[in-house]
Ligand binder design. Sequence first.
Ligand code: MF3
Ligand code: CO
Ligand code: CO
Length: 271
Amino acid sequence: MSITYKDEEGIRGMRVAGRLASELLDYLTPHVQVGVTTNELDKLAYDYITGVQGAIPAPLNYQPPGYTPYPKSICTSINHQVCHGIPNDKPLKKADIVNIDVTVIKDGWHGDSSRMFIAGEGSIAAKRLCAMTYEAMWHGIVMVKPGARLGDIGWTIQKFAESNGFSVVREFCGHGIGKVFHEEPQVLHYGKPGTLEELKPGMTFTIEPMINLGRRDIRELSDGWTIVTRDHSLSAQWEHTVLVTETGYEVLTVSEGSPPPPPFVAALAHA
Ligand code: MF3
Ligand code: CO
Ligand code: CO
């Protein structure tokens, strides 16, 4: 399989799917509280996607080669869990940091987005990690325009994260997305400027950096899905699906409740 370039109809489909993914996160937001279980969040998500959005939860039964089918509709990764955490019956505790990663399929098109949440009041370190990871994602997004290269995105994310004392997970990356959940290209969150694939209008892919407070090394749990930091340090992740336009980027996973871009992004736009 190779990179797919979306035409006007594809872009319209990707905008709808992206908006639905973001609206699902908006819907879940007030429920992310101390005491709620991630299984409760998963059920709320399943019912909303299928009942209200008329869409399909892409993770449910998703089975890449070498994996067992993913058993839930969303991924919920708590504290030192890096990604692909499986919802369960454990209630969230005060100061837990939670990544909720959702992917919906609407009319065949995929929208993929994740945000960080903190149950109750978080520690200063946890809040800083979540905020810096959000900024790291946006440093990648603003690089997106025709003629830029994938290496530019990875490099700027790595530079920002490491210069602030964090580490970047290497084993998982962003990805092309469209009619297929994970398609080419791979979007690494580290690398060198001016390298790898050149961006062209019509490409749609995710940028989804996983940033650790400690070392970058990870390990997979015996459930076959959950990824954790080896040193058990906190890990954060944010994800948007973006389109390469004729002049730059369009974030597809947006809705009323999307957190605003960090201040440096507006400053760039007005420069
Ligand atoms: N949504 C994740 C991503 O950003 C993939 C989750 S695969 C699952 O690519 F099966 F764990 F849901
Ligand atoms: Co993704
Ligand atoms: Co995702």
